[in-house]
Design a protein around this ligand. Structure first.
Ligand code: AOF
Ligand code: ZN
Length: 369
């Protein structure tokens, strides 16, 4: 009896510690077990730094000889920013490797497990597969499809309104919901918004460490803070160097149809995309963003972009915060879906989670295309 799930569950706990920082790399955890004892543990923290297996092997030292290594993703076989983990496992003399899933990265894709098997190591994979999918939604989607994983954040009243008829809209949802948004922003590779939102609210679209919940702050020290790339759809070049978000730490990418020659602060790039019915071609943009190694995108914008992304089939998940208020039927709706005339064409979703966050509800739904 190997107790594979017990040790793999620990490896997933470790993998999740990297979820704020590993992008564009996956979250990976590793546990080395010898005679039923955990003798080494590690996880991947940041691209360019050692992989999970290397940390765990260092901790195990000589005890790794003849031990079992549990890894949440197939050990890599390629020379990337770091040398192959499969080679490190062989050199350390482990006798068995259990991987939760294969790595779909075309540079690996089974070759890591094959390498281990070739030298006589017992190899097993497919343990806690659902967990392995869930911990790397962005990385896996990008590797498999060439598109980032897109989460559309929406906030509304009980009657699905995002603003009063007058347009008044600030703070429909609670401070607790906003804190939750901070954490989910922090887990994303990038935040996507529009020039309309920038012109209306002048947001900074950053992660504020002080505004994260205390549990998150414990596993995500301030010095590790990473700002998701801010991506702004700005087809009419309306964002200026004076807007707040271009002055924040980290990168801002302005998605445009043409560049301008203004002087921009450091970290700001203008990316040119083809046009599609007057705006930016969202499908082309998403493919380019994946090429730039954006694993996941957190969308915070208005009803127009929400509708356009849904219409283009680009949304993987809705994250919908519902405040226990009624705004009345004159208020503004969640999504602008102008072409929608028949119920049969209405975008559909599957609830994956319903949870109370402070006074509000948070619904997670997967798009059903
Ligand atoms: C592992 N363990 O902890 C990680 C893996 O450029 P590099 O060297 O960091 O390699 C990145 C690729 O390695 C990444 O795309 C994924 O395929 C794999 N990541 N593999 O065995 C780890 N982070
Ligand atoms: Zn590796």
């Amino acid at each position: 009896m190997h107790n594979d799930e017990f040790y793999m569950a620990r490896a997933f706990e470790l993998a999740r510690l990297g979820r704020f920082t590993t992008t564009p790399n996956p979250n990976v955890g590793c546990v080395i077990v010898r005679d039923g004892n955990i003798v080494g543990e590690g996880y991947h923290l940041r691209a360019g730094e050692p992989h999970a297996e290397v940390h765990a092997l260092r901790m195990a030292g000589e005890l790794a000889r003849g031990a079992t290594a549990y890894v949440t993703l197939e050990p890599c076989s390629h020379h990337g920013r770091t040398p192959p983990c499969a080679d490190a496992l062989v050199a350390a003399g482990v006798s068995r490797v259990v991987a939760a899933m294969q790595d779909p990265n075309p540079q690996v894709a089974g070759r890591g497990l094959y390498k281990l098997q070739q030298v006589g190591i017992a190899v097993h994979h497919g343990v806690m597969l659902a967990e392995a999918e869930a911990v790397n939604l962005g990385f896996l989607k990008r590797m498999r499809t060439g598109f980032p994983y897109v989460q559309l954040k929406l906030g509304a009243s009980l009657d699905g309104r995002t603003a009063m008829a007058s347009g008044e809209s600030q703070w429909i949802t609670s401070p607790q919901a906003r804190q939750d948004v901070q954490r989910l922003r922090a887990e994303s590779s990038a935040i996507l918004s529009t020039s309309a939102t920038v012109l209306a609210d002048d947001p900074s679209l950053t992660v504020r460490w002080d505004e994260l919940d205390s549990e998150t702050r414990q596993i995500y020290p301030r010095e590790n803070l990473r700002q998701p790339v801010r991506i702004i759809l700005d087809s009419q070049n309306r964002v200026t160097p004076q807007h707040r978000l271009v002055q924040q730490p980290g990168a801002t990418w302005l998605a445009r149809l043409q560049t301008d020659d203004q002087i921009w602060p450091q970290g700001v790039e203008q990316l040119v995309f083809p046009a599609q019915s007057g705006g930016i071609d969202l499908v082309m943009m998403m493919m380019q963003l994946a090429k730039r190694q954006v694993n996941s995108i957190w969308v915070e914008a208005g009803a127009k972009l929400a509708g356009a992304l849904l219409h283009a089939g680009l949304v993987d998940e809705l994250i919908l915060y519902i405040a226990p208020k009624l705004l009345g039927d004159g208020g503004r709706g969640l999504c602008h879906l102008p072409g929608l005339e028949q119920l049969a064409d209405a975008p559909e979703f599957v609830f994956s989670e319903v949870r109370q966050i402070g006074p509000d509800l948070r619904l997670r739904l997967r798009a059903k295309y």
